[in-house]
Design a protein. Structure first.
Length: 163
């Protein structure tokens, strides 16, 4: 192999490495957290609660190749009598470095993969607080962010079709 061929191969490898997609979490943190006990855990009729959890997402560009993904969890638990036992709200944020990702893949990456990485940590924080407040911390089911993303895309598509 000639010296010219080696140089060309090295340049091609370097170009391929430079164009490789990068998706890397830079950090994560709790931006806002609130827990309100409405009905004490030891009060009569408060032995079994059912928690309803809503999930929201806010994605913002922060700097070149950096995006902030804020996962918002808001839940409340009702007693068997239908009274609110507690209310919990958490905004858990991740900062992600994204480079060399085609524009058409950026939204799914940030709306599906990023919150999928954040959710286990957010779930742990919420479950821990429920338990620390004296309530029985039931399991918080995983969230299918891919299905949520597809649902949002269909909703936006339907909005665009309306006059």
């Amino acid at each position: 192999m000639s010296k010219e061929q080696k140089t060309t191969e090295t340049q091609n490898e370097t170009t391929e490495q430079q164009a490789q997609a990068i998706f890397k979490p830079l950090g994560q943190f709790v931006r806002d957290f609130s827990f309100e006990t409405v009905k004490a855990p030891f009060e009569e009729g408060n032995a079994h609660q059912h928690m309803n959890l809503n999930v929201g997402l806010n994605i913002q560009p922060k700097a070149e190749n950096q995006h902030e993904v804020a996962l918002k969890l808001k839940g409340d638990a009702k007693t068997e009598a239908g009274e609110t036992a507690y209310i919990v709200e958490l905004e858990y944020v991740g900062l992600f470095h994204v480079e060399n990702v085609p524009q058409e893949h950026l939204a799914p990456l940030l709306a599906v993969e990023a919150p999928s990485l954040l959710f286990p940590f957010a779930r742990h924080i919420v479950s821990g607080m429920i338990s620390d407040a004296g309530f029985k911390a039931g399991s918080i089911d995983p969230v299918n962010f891919g299905a949520l993303f597809m649902q949002e895309m269909k909703r936006q598509e339907a909005e665009q079709k309306q006059p």
